[in-house]
Design a binder for this molecule. Structure first.
Ligand SMILES: [Cu+2]
Length: 152
């Protein structure tokens, strides 16, 4: 019995001592956190000319139409790295048009050429996967008919 009586204060001392040590080794109230100098991603500042019409991108593909020997769209977008479709609507009666895709600009290398159709007519072109970048879409019959295709 005498052993047990001495044991209790000893255990208390150990517990108190342990908690006191925990207090001492606790982390200080302040933390050194350098202000994160995050460089804003370049995409945030790029591409954002307010006022210009948003590029048209249909759910199932790209819509391009021709009227009065001009494309009605000035800029369209398509997904990079996967085949997509262009729904082409030639509204010019008696006038042949198509959609060809050229790398970088209208004078760049031709990467796709859609069938020429005389309006009024519609065609769905199956375009192979393209790498991300800037392209031009051009009417082969009328090289002055151009627009910008952004693949991203
Ligand atoms: Cu044309």
């Amino acid at each position: 019995m005498t052993h047990a009586r001495h044991l209790v204060p000893l255990l208390l001392a150990v517990v108190v001592g342990a908690s006191a040590a925990a207090c001492v080794t606790a982390t200080p109230g302040w933390t050194y956190a350098p202000a994160p100098s995050v460089t804003p991603p370049p995409s945030a500042a790029a591409s954002g000319s307010a006022g210009s019409p948003a590029p048209s991108e249909a759910a199932g593909g790209v819509q391009i139409s021709a009227l009065n020997v001009a494309f009605e769209q000035t800029a369209v977008t398509a997904p990079a790295g996967k085949a997509f479709q262009i729904a082409f609507d030639n509204k010019d009666a008696g006038t042949p048009h198509n959609v060809a895709i050229h790398k970088d600009s209208a004078t760049g290398a031709e990467v796709f050429k859609g069938e020429i159709v005389t309006g009024p007519a519609t065609r769905t072109y199956d375009v192979p996967a393209l790498d991300a970048g800037t392209y031009a879409f051009v009417c082969t019959v009328h090289p002055n008919m151009t627009g910008t295709l952004t693949v991203q």
